[in-house]
Design a protein around this ligand. Structure first.
Ligand SMILES: *Cc1c(COP(=O)(O)O)cnc(C)c1O
Length: 526
């Protein structure tokens, strides 16, 4: 029987939706039914609006990226919550959430957040996020997704087209760059093993013996997920050959040629060359065309990790930095970095769609291998996940509302800002820039000239710079990252906020300077 519930579709009150409205809807509907369905849609609208309003209000009132709260205080506050006794309504929970999360979260929209590649997000993607989680499509099978599968496929084709991967390309959305790299290298490994198995000389050899011969070449500035992937793929960290870079932190093609020749002479198999388009520290883009040629010469898979640089595909001014990426066998792109999407949103793209067969497994209950079902578009055939978020929708909404050029313009702004900050740091006697900026990062350290006329020593700078970073983080007034260069400790800006100004970053620099001077003064009197 169908209960007439037409009245519950109308909010009981005409006030603008907000916390009071939400509480009244909760009262009107009773506290017990929380399933999202046709009858409960007013509750959905009201509660989501309460949550969204709480975040919006929070952002309006937040004037620095962090409060400086420490782990022990947060642990105590979160630990004090009685998870077995729910609160009366959403408003009360949002109030509690202020204490255990919102007040002390790290806010990436703030111009003084300048640390990691996690980015400020665009509003169209947040609309997408709300839609996709409510509809809750799962992208593994057609019968759990329908149009969502086609939207994902369109976006994969769009991105592959932008990268110039050719008409036979394909790919899939993933949870992040680490997973994209893992999947790219998984395909490369299975492709290499299939090749080795075809060689009569290897007949009778068991899988471990074949895996033992595989080598992955990446630059010393490549992302650590390459090493982790090698480990997960049963190859071990030692299967990764790290190739030196030239002065600009790009992989040295001559060094790659030498390393590949050496491996070849030792009877090893070049499984893959992993180039980086935008290294995490220096934003360096490896010489893609040169590396592609070497990979091809040795029959190696050519994977480009463009987790950071992928946003250049929509750039108005810097697209040329990706020249040669169309030669890749596979590409990692993180939309949750330089496309300003909320976590998670990433993709692995492959030049040859057929290569995805290396990860296909037929399960009778999900995607059985039968001629009758062969035309059913099950994305699980292409993914290492089964149940999978419809993250593609966020990018879809972004392209449909903002357009690709506007996304690219946001990244271009960040790149231009980094160039200006580079000039600023270069002319500042208290700081040393490790290298000119290439995308939107700056690696530098505080190393002033002391009263004695001598510069702070390397050793002292090594102790001081991480201490500056920690003190600034604890102040909550800015968030910067740290890294090491040739064993020395440096600070790092990662700039992704198109609305941050040179003045904002100059203020961070002055904060780093005054914090460093204070720490030096304290050390001198201690
Ligand atoms: C961020 C990053 C990754 C890892 O991506 P996640 O989305 O964090 O998993 C891989 N490679 C590079 C170059 C990156 O910058």
């Amino acid at each position: 029987m169908r209960v007439d519930n037409s009245t519950s579709h109308n909010p009981p009150h005409q006030d603008p939706p907000g916390q009071d409205f939400g509480s009244r809807v909760e009262l009107a509907l009773g506290a017990t039914n929380h399933l999202f369905n046709a009858r409960n849609s007013p509750r959905y609208v009201a509660q989501v609006l309460q949550g969204v309003t709480a975040v919006a209000t929070k952002l309006e009132r937040t004037t620095r990226p962090f409060t400086g709260v420490g782990p022990s205080e947060m642990k105590a506050r979160v630990g004090a919550v009685d998870l077995d006794t729910p609160l009366p309504d959403t408003a009360a929970v949002l109030q509690e959430l202020e204490e255990v999360y919102l007040r002390d979260a790290v806010y990436f929209h703030d111009p003084k957040y300048a640390a990691h590649l996690n980015c400020p997000v665009v509003i169209p993607a947040l609309v997408g996020e709300a839609v996709l989680s409510a509809v809750n499509s799962s992208l593994d099978t057609w019968d759990q997704s329908a149009g969502a599968t086609m939207i994902e496929r369109r976006l994969i084709d769009w991105a592959a087209g932008r990268l110039g991967l050719g008409a036979g390309a394909d790919g899939v959305f993933t949870s992040g760059g680490s997973q994209s790299n893992l999947q790219g290298l998984l395909i490369a490994r299975n492709h290499a093993v299939a090749g080795l198995r075809r060689d009569p000389a290897n007949h009778g050899l068991r899988l471990p013996a074949l895996l033992d011969t595989l080598r992955i070449f990446t630059s010393q500035d490549g992302h650590f997920s390459v090493q982790k992937s090698a480990s997960m793929l049963g190859l071990g960290y030692d299967a990764v050959v790290t190739v030196p870079c030239t002065d600009n932190h790009r992989m040295d093609p001559a060094a790659l040629a030498a390393a590949m020749a050496e491996a070849h002479d030792a009877g090893l198999t070049a499984m893959a060359v992993v180039a980086t388009a935008g290294t995490t520290d220096f934003g360096a883009v490896d010489p893609l065309a040169d590396l592609a040629a070497l990979a091809r010469a040795y029959g190696a898979w050519f994977h480009v990790d463009a987790a950071y640089g992928g946003g250049l595909m929509v750039s108005g001014r810097y697209r040329h930095l990706l020249d040669g990426i169309g030669l890749a066998d596979s590409v990692t792109v993180d939309f949750h970095k330089t496309f300003f999407q909320p976590v998670s949103s990433s993709a692995l793209l492959v030049r040859d769609a057929a290569m995805l067969r290396h990860i296909t497994y037929y399960a009778d209950y999900l995607n059985p291998e039968s001629a009758a079902l062969a035309d059913i578009p099950n994305q699980v055939d292409k993914s290492i996940q089964t149940t999978r978020r419809f993250d593609a929708l966020k990018l879809w909404m972004t392209l449909r509302i903002m357009g690709a050029d506007a996304v690219g313009a946001l990244f271009d702004e960040a790149i231009d800002l980094a160039a200006r900050v580079g000039t600023l740091l270069d002319s500042d006697d208290d700081f040393e820039l490790a290298a000119p900026p290439q995308l939107s990062t700056l690696v530098f350290r505080y190393r002033p000239v002391l009263g004695t006329g001598a510069r702070l020593s390397d050793e002292e700078a090594d102790a001081l710079n991480p201490a500056i970073r920690a003190a600034v983080f604890a102040s909550g007034n800015a968030v910067v990252a740290g890294t090491t260069v040739a064993g020395r400790h440096y600070l790092k800006f990662t700039l992704l906020n198109a609305e941050a100004t040179l003045e904002d970053i100059a203020q961070i620099i002055n904060l780093l300077r005054s914090t460093g001077a204070d720490l030096l003064a304290k050390a001198a009197t201690a």
